[in-house]
Design a binder for this molecule. Sequence first.
Ligand code: PAF
Length: 272
Amino acid sequence: MTKVIRTISNDILVENICFIPTMGSLHNGHLSLVDLGKKTNLKTLVSIFLNRRQFNDIKDFENYPNQLDSDVQKLYDRGVDYIFVPEEDYIYPSSGIETVSPNEIGRVLEGYSRPGHFEGVLTVVKRLFDLIQPSYSVFGKKDAQQLFLIKNMIREFNLNIQIIEGDIVRDKNGLALSSRNNHLSSTAKLKASCIFDSLLKTAESISSNKDYEEAIKEGSKNFVKNEIVLDYLELVDTENFKSPSKYSKKLKLLIAAYVENIRLIDNVDIEL
Ligand code: PAF
């Protein structure tokens, strides 16, 4: 029996919880994280909280789609145990909430383009972890830098939480599912599918000739003809999110780009 809750009571704290945080506007990517959570056979708790603090652009916050009724319905259909829909002042009471700042990895890529974003993410995730005290928590690999920083935070605060990582879910043209896709016209969605194509081609050329800079320069050229404005296309070592060294074996190619002024991110893994 699914329960919608506004606060975390003591009877929830005595359970073993698998926690799936979301900001709502749920799509099949989120639902795949819920499915991973259900596989743990623990009680599943999905939060829906649009966290103002992680939006560096207020317009982005205001335009974020709000579909609470259909979100709740989707989670009922999935059979989650708890749908946690807190009020803002429950998450952020006037005092006592610790702000969590990311390490230097929080200031590159997404962190560079969206100042304050990761501080907002880590602060709310730590607050939610403190409230819910889950044994497991599920995060998607699409937000690769977020996932890296959350794992780092878990180590730093010595939290006893296991992270489950969910694969990126894509539409039939390869576009990674995102709540922001709701803002794209169908033409823009088609144009945006070249993001994944280019990632795959660039990844292929990185693993075959290993001239990273040249491959990225070539890969970047694909976007102009599709009217896509590239923010970054960068390669990192998956282990430390820094530029790869000659010893790196697992790499991540990450992209952020604007299609019709909507910011999209994506990434692929490369094994050398
Ligand atoms: O990935 C998201 O949707 C958000 O950053 C999260 C983890 C729910 C925190 O607000």
